[in-house]
Design a protein. Sequence first.
Length: 753
Amino acid sequence: MVQTFEGYLFDIYNVEEQIIIWVKNENSIQCFIDEYYPTIYIKGNAPYEIKFIERLRQLNALYGEPEFVEKKSFYKGEWMDVKKIRLTKPTVLKTIYQKLYAFYEKLEIFHSDIDITTSYLTEKSIFPFGIVRITYENKKIISIKSISDLKSYNYDYPKLTYLEISYKENHRLAYSIQNPIVMRAGDSFYEELFFQNATDLLKRINEILEYHDPDIILSSFGDQSIFPFLFNLSQRLKIPLLFDRDKNKTIRKIINKGTSFETYGQVIFRASSYPLFGRIHIDSNNSFIFKESFLYGIIELARLSRIPIQKMARSSTGTALTNIETAIALKHDYLVPWQKASIENKRTLYDLIRVDKGGLVSIPDMSLGVILENIIQLDFAQMYPSIMSHYNLSPETVNCLCCEDESEKWFIPGTDYYICGKRRGVVSEALENILDRRKYYKTRLEEEESEIYEARQNALKWMLVTSFGYLGYRNAKFGRLESHESVTAIGREVLLTAKEIIEDNNNMLVLHTMTDSLFVAMENRTEIAKEVIVNLCNTISDKTKIELKIEGEYAWLVFPSSKQDPEIGVVNRYFGKFKSGKLKVRGIFLRRKDTPEFIKSFQNELLKLFQECNTLVELKAKKNNYIQLFYKFEKLISEEQVSWRSLLLKRTTTKGLEEYKVNSQSTQSIRQLKELEIDINPGEKIKYLVVRNKFGGKEYASEEAILKSKIKPNIFAPFYREYLIKALEEVTEHLFDELFFKSLRQNQLIFTF
């Protein structure tokens, strides 16, 4: 019997040509099945086309005979004949993708690396957590239609239930009575699970899952340690776990080792992935987006990119943006290349130096002093993405082939690059919508506090941040180095234009510029009239086409001095108090991820004292308070009244133990972990404590070694005292002289102010 069902598209995955969809409404969650045969396009030498098609025929992977169709070339913008091929076996796509390099200059293959589920969602015009209406018979989908608007800013969520799972102590230590598995559901349920018999553990987990029937499993290191351990037990003991709602038997390949890779000078570790079927598993420690914007941010990006929730949680914001760009390319009938098809043009060293300069940054001008008053910070709103959108910068629009012979072109300042005047770029069009969405959410946040709008705008912020980098990334599908350089060239011109307009008016100085920000003051240090700065912002916005906004007016602002040269400031380190009372802090210990929580707490309390002051005179008047606060925290260290966990330092490993040449803190900690039979991959984060050894000197103890030994560590107090002094010095160095900090280090401070 034909029936209909409406609800939120909760989960989607494919098993060969079958697409499995879970839809949830207020009353129930149901599973449906559809068939989907993906399409690819090929063009190349006739003999290779014939061989390629024949191979697909041998694999029984052809759904009907290939046919000629017209599609648009991405870079040329011209229509061209290509062969359209539908595949009966989607898994063949993976084989094709892995062997694409073999077809260089022989055969071009398009649309081959678009994810199966994403391709299905795009073709059906539906998206994760959108409301769909399904007509079905015996679970088989007859038709599926979206009744939600993808462009909607205000959309609802289904009511979701959660279950959290983690180890009690540490994910690197083995399951034991000291390190049991913990399961909790809000404030209503909490249980520590340890059983001598593994069968009893699995049975108890199944009882909890059956009773709570959660929609979302939220884990801490679930991908890296918990699920490999549990699924391995399940397979070994032949006791199925109920983490999946899908009743079809799932045999998972158990992978304990993740992957390490280098990007932008950083080594990143990514754990293996353990998605669930019919339920959603999010590992809070294996999801950048969750850390930054929680589930609301993941849903926002999953909807826009049509990446299923679990895959989106483990993907980068750049991947989401690429999918959005792909959808726009498909809408315009472009042939989507499997990777960047346009390589960098040859050029001279002079041209490279002239064009590839990056963003404009200036050293802070200290001529008016180090602690400044009456400073206004101006920011260009999402400068680089806005430039890409407003100036139509996209890989196919910079030095485009369609305008090559045009007599009139708009050239990018400082380069010999020109921009297409005939078509809108895919990247530009994608960013336009994202910029509009973020602007709407930020406007709503100014009207009312909302954790939903905050999470959504934050997720979009990170997508916009990565958009510029992806434009120049060597493996980006929609990337091109000339486009990347064009963005920074226009950015420099925009910043210089703003600086000239400001300094040509009303005796103003630009004390510091930083890519998209300007710090402005009057030459005579007086307050800047609000209407003057508003008019300047409007003038600059009109001139540059990029919105310039007032970030805030500082009651006071500090540019800490460089350690190499006290006469100059550091470009990315400053802190100050807006006249609204809010603090803005950048680059100091408080903002660094590797700083121990105890030191962060001290610097935070110190800045609260600063926040009570509105003038430089008031800041100087509180010197005694700063010293008293230091001694309060120093006493906690010397009397061992501090939790050792709050003193842990965090480091990211960059290589294997055998590759380290110096016996550093990281090396000693990794060696300890190896002795505990714990392997650390490059890119993983380790935590360690500085302790006193039996000879009175210092050594380093990893968190896991301390937990396993069950002995209270003997903290090396001098190290943490020096850390406190550095944290004090970083914030107050311009209020005290060098003698003060020298005497403090010698523990001879006997005078007060």
